[in-house]
Ligand binder design. Sequence first.
Ligand code: UDP
Ligand code: MG
Length: 140
Amino acid sequence: MAVERTLSIIKPDATKRNLTGKINAKFEEAGLRIIAQKRIQLTPAQAGVFYEVHKERPFYGELCEFMASGPVVVQVLEGDGAIAKNREVMGATNPADAAPGTIRAEFAESVGENSVHGSDAPETAAAEIAYYFSGLELVG
Ligand code: UDP
Ligand code: MG
């Protein structure tokens, strides 16, 4: 399987509850390497650009406000099949549907405040990584 990179975000509900280390341990236990990481505070407008694909969805406004409600940790994860592997480790969007042991099953508070973001395809991963990181910040 090809080595891939994917964009991960530890969302404000999780940073507020001091869960960054526990979530990072899940990635590392799954064989994903955190090759870049920084803690930042987004504005609602910056979150809006990032989630533009969802701008027609009813939850868009709330999602942007939530993503700007506290610090987030943006990360690049690298590994074999990293995009799909990260989605597996994250679990389903709605924690009620997330498999036992996944990040969202263990930590998410609701379908909106669900602790983590992960890219869903190679094209979105490349665009999302470039939104938060320069090439110089990626040390594999
Ligand atoms: N979301 C929401 N309500 C919904 C669906 C999604 O608030 O009914 C939020 C949630 O935070 C989710 C994000 O919008 O993680 C992006 O949705 P997507 O369908 O891309 O889910 P993901 O890829 O994060 O699993
Ligand atoms: Mg998504």
